[in-house]
Ligand binder design. Structure first.
Ligand code: NI
Length: 181
């Protein structure tokens, strides 16, 4: 496994519609392993292939809604599609490709996603809350759409400081963990 370089906003790779996978071999597996390592290193909750310069439909989402005492885990999604979206949530969102920038984005509260695993086997997975947000954010990346295009408001430095300083350190940690996608 190896860390991959995360591209930032000015890179055209982030604004392209990605091609689907038709082969599920070692190249894809290496990419997925590297993306997970890169995501852990960056302390984010999701990453998409175009963010590491690969214009293909693959992304990783961390499932953080786990029972107490259980570790969050990574969901690998190849050629994912949202097949059901319900409800609405509004909240602050960020992106590994836009370091330090956060914006308010409206997303569904619950989604069902159809995808292939790394071996090309189909599966369905659902997400609520932050996980639903992460699915939508990552799948947008595969269509060349970045969150700043969807944000109804980008947080100012003052608003960000206020959000972080609101409570205690827990709130701070939560913000870091929940917004970097
Ligand atoms: Ni992102």
């Amino acid at each position: 496994m190896a860390l991959r370089n995360v591209l930032t906003d000015e890179n055209p790779a982030l604004h392209k519609v990605c091609r689907p996978y038709t082969e599920f071999g070692p190249r894809l597996h290496q990419l997925l392993d590297d993306m997970i390592e890169t995501l852990i290193d960056a302390d984010g909750v999701g990453i998409a292939a175009p963010q590491v310069g690969i214009i293909r439909r693959a992304c990783i989402v961390m499932e953080t809604n786990v029972a107490e005492g259980e570790e969050p885990y990574f969901i690998e999604l190849i050629n994912p599609e949202i097949v059901l979206a319900e409800g609405e949530q509004e909240g602050a969102e960020g992106c590994l490709s836009f370091p330090g920038r956060f914006g308010i984005v409206c997303r569904p509260e619950h989604v069902v996603v159809k995808a292939l695993d790394r071996n090309g086997e189909p599966f369905e997975v659902e997400g609520h809350g932050l996980t639903a947000r992460a699915f939508c954010h990552e799948i947008d990346h595969l269509d060349g759409v970045v969150f700043v295009e969807k944000a109804t408001h980008m947080l100012t430095d003052e608003e960000l400081a206020q959000l972080r300083g609101d409570d205690d350190e827990d709130a701070d940690e939560e913000l870091d963990g929940e917004t970097a996608e």
